[in-house]
Design a protein around this ligand. Structure first.
Ligand SMILES: Cc1ncc(COP(=O)(O)O)c(C=O)c1O
Length: 377
């Protein structure tokens, strides 16, 4: 599914040098290696502020807390994402309100969000939290319009989308604040847990810096109850090295995705979407968006049988995500039942992520597509 060693081997010496520098300077928490990464990240994303923290999950909480989201408020997000998209809202003290996804992109549907905002759960909503799922940005033309019309903050879950763009603007610079994850499987990855909040707002950035260090502006003077979610020096140093290569890696991912499209078409397996009947519905890059293909996710009706067939042939695949968030045991208290979000529920039964990473070879992709063709025949 993913061979991280292919990325690591050519960077071995450069990464060890960067880690050695952290040991020499003993700047283990924040400090110069993290500040250097933050400044470089700001430049790459075209955003005024980048604030490093301990994980993508923490960055989601920190972005919301710094943007003033808290108790008595609600935030609308998608039921078809990683758990942290919703749990971070609860952790910020707010109520999570869900709206269904668009079946073509799997991203939060602006139409569904507007319907929710007009309904009984829309009353206390103060922010929308779209997720750029699988590496493709959500429809920010619509979300910016909705946000302006209704006075709502926009918080991006950009955990899967380093380098993705909407109408030429990078993920991370589209909303009031954004959250990135550098979990090792992400397209820009640390060697452990790490995250980042980005924003163009001086005020949100200042609050995020204060909240990531127990609410301190001055050492041992606590203005608010924050938390410890600092980025460590080793992770900052590793990320700073990898920043030099990420644009090339994302280009390579785009080539891998294009090759999948060509191979599936040549095998005659492609069905028009959004719903599959016999074959494979391929992922779709929306016009005006630049997908970074964190995942290459197909839809197919006999998904579980296909997955078993592939794993018997030692071909990796993954389901992101098998259970929509409103049906998770831990989120029962949100008060949604089966049938609440039909698009998310259907997607959870049909999606299958195939191997994709910059170094994936064409012959390996041919093997994947040939195995799927064999299964479908
Ligand atoms: C969409 C999404 N949001 C949030 C997270 C949380 O990031 P982390 O695992 O770094 O806490 C992830 C990654 O796992 C994710 O994919």
């Amino acid at each position: 599914m993913l061979d991280l060693k292919r990325q690591y081997r050519p960077l071995h010496t450069e990464l060890l040098e960067a880690l050695g520098h952290v040991l020499e300077t003993q700047q283990f928490i924040l400090g110069e290696p993290v500040a250097a990464f933050e400044r470089a990240a700001e430049e790459r994303l075209g955003v005024a502020h980048a604030v490093g923290c301990s994980s993508g999950t923490d960055s989601l909480w920190l972005a919301q807390a710094a943007a003033g989201i808290g108790s008595g408020m609600s935030v609308v997000t998608t039921p078809f994402s990683f758990f942290a998209s919703v749990s971070s809202i609860l952790r910020a003290g707010a109520t999570a309100v869900l709206a269904d996804i668009d079946p073509t992109t799997f991203n939060l549907s602006p139409v569904a969000v507007e319907a929710v905002l007009d309904g009984p759960r829309g009353k206390d909503v103060r922010a929308i939290l779209p997720v750029h799922l699988y590496g493709q940005t959500a429809d920010f033309t619509s979300f910016v319009r909705i946000g302006k019309e209704r006075g709502l903050k926009l918080i991006e879950d950009a955990a899967q989308a380093w380098g993705a763009e909407w109408q030429g603007v990078k993920a991370g610079a589209l909303g009031d604040a954004a959250a990135f994850s550098f979990y090792p499987t992400k397209n820009l990855s640390a060697a452990g847990d790490a995250g980042l909040v980005t924003t163009n707002s001086d005020e949100i950035a200042e609050r995020a810096r204060m909240l990531r260090q127990h609410g301190m502006r001055r050492r041992y003077y606590h203005d608010e109850i924050g938390w410890n979610t600092r980025l460590d020096g080793f992770q900052g140093a590793i990320l700073n090295v990898k920043l030099k290569y990420i644009a090339g890696w994302n280009d390579a991912r785009r080539q891998v995705a294009e090759r999948y499209h060509t191979l599936f078409a040549a095998a005659g397996l492609v069905e028009a979407g959004p719903y599959p009947t016999r074959g494979v519905v391929l992922p779709h890059e929306v016009s005006g968006s630049r997908h970074v293909w964190h995942q290459f996710v197909i839809r197919t009706p006999r998904r579980d049988a296909l997955r078993e067939f592939l794993s018997a042939r030692k071909i990796g695949s993954e389901i992101y995500y098998p259970v929509p968030l409103h049906l998770q045991e831990a989120l029962k208290s949100l008060g949604y039942g089966l049938g609440a979000f039909p698009e998310a529920e259907r997607a959870a039964h049909e999606v299958l992520a195939l191997p994709i990473f910059p170094e994936l070879r064409e012959d390996e992709q041919q093997t994947v597509v040939a195995a799927i063709a064999e299964f479908l025949s």
